[in-house]
Design a protein around this ligand. Structure first.
Ligand code: CP
Length: 340
């Protein structure tokens, strides 16, 4: 199995996703070192903070004999300009066009994290930074979370659902919007829904009216679900959604029609603090034993109560661990260790 780039799992054939998940499950049983990536260097560019993504990619390279370098533009590295055709007389000293090209001459593959930014969703949804890197780097590229997708998180979510549920097809997956003090990106909720849809699950998106995901992303979830024999529904009744659910994935995201207007978005969100996963809600899941998922980091007692995170439902540490194993599988497929 070889992969040239990983921008979104919906770009990958079903068989490739299945093979990556199988390989990750196998690697999980083999935590010890190998030397498949000896002499290989992975560059990690973080335009935004990270704990899991950074640590798990660095460890994945180390575990297989390779090395990772981490670049944080604006922190000991020139700030990057990302706008096209702009006169660069502001703070940013280096255009992403040159930065991508230069890094591509040094490393064997690149990972890039660049969240949605700017004043309008119409602009942010174009995912300019990850596309600029993809066009200019000239080496294999992994999306480490962009405006639209977080494919490695989605793969880890799928592996966790397989581990927790055995055969996830036909079971109910609830994506539960949660209140949060800041408007967060939609890459994770979309990627998690695509992951569940690809497993043939009944995906239920519970969100307050107005917090709809991008229509193209909804179409992507629907198309994956239709192929896998699953379904997608949207509801504004969280309690009804979690009743009988096999997995509840909590995630906050910002209202896209108020993107770039955080004060208005916060005002619209006021009064929605009850959109939180409590032990009472988890007791109402299938047999009272539904799995609780979240990509982390998570705000305790804001998004989800202590009793859930510390209770039998929580799969969040498995999800985080699985980031490491799916990324080992991705890197081996990308850098030659798992060649055809
Ligand atoms: N889930 C996730 O991507 O975590 P980090 O933001 O810490 O990398």
């Amino acid at each position: 199995m070889t992969i040239e780039r990983l921008l979104a799992t919906d770009d990958l054939p079903d068989g490739t996703v299945r093979a990556l998940l199988d390989r990750a499950a196998e690697l999980k049983q083999r935590p010890g070192a190998g030397d498949e990536l000896a002499g290989r260097v992975l560059g990690l560019v973080f335009m935004n903070p990270s704990l899991r993504t950074r640590a798990s990619f660095e460890v994945a390279m180390l575990r297989h004999g390779g090395h990772a370098i981490t670049i944080e533009p604006g922190r000991g590295v020139w700030g990057f300009e990302t706008r096209v055709g702009v006169t660069m007389d502001g703070d940013a000293a280096e255009h992403v066009f040159e930065a991508a090209g230069v890094l591509g001459r040094y490393v064997d593959a690149l990972g890039v994290r660049a969240f949605a930014a700017g004043e309008s969703w119409a602009e942010a949804r174009e995912d300019r930074v990850i596309r600029q890197f993809a066009e200019r780097a000239g080496v294999p590229l992994v999306n480490m979370e962009s405006a639209r997708r977080h494919p490695c998180q989605g793969l880890a979510d799928a592996l966790t659902l397989r581990e927790r549920l055995g055969e996830p097809a036909g079971r109910r997956f609830v994506l539960a919007w949660a209140w949060h003090p800041k408007p967060l990106p939609t890459a994770v909720p979309v990627s998690a829904s695509i992951a569940a849809a690809r497993l043939g699950m009944e995906v239920v998106i519970a969100r307050p009216p107005g917090w709809d995901l991008d229509p193209d992303d909804m179409a992507a979830i629907g198309s994956v679900a239709a192929r896998a024999g699953g379904s997608v529904q949207v509801t504004d009744d969280l309690d009804e959604a979690v009743a009988g659910a096999h997995a509840v994935y909590a995630k906050s995201w910002g209202r896209l029609d108020l993107f770039g207007r955080p004060e208005e978005e916060a005002a619209a969100r006021a009064g929605l603090r009850d959109w939180r996963i409590t032990a009472e809600r988890m007791e109402r899941t299938a047999g009272g034993r539904g799995a609780f998922l979240h990509c982390l980091p998570v705000r305790r007692n804001v998004v989800v109560d202590d009793a859930v995170l510390d209770g039998p439902w929580s799969a969040v540490l498995d999800q985080a661990e699985n980031r490491l194993h799916v990324q080992r599988a991705v890197l081996l497929a990308m850098l030659g260790g798992d060649g055809p």
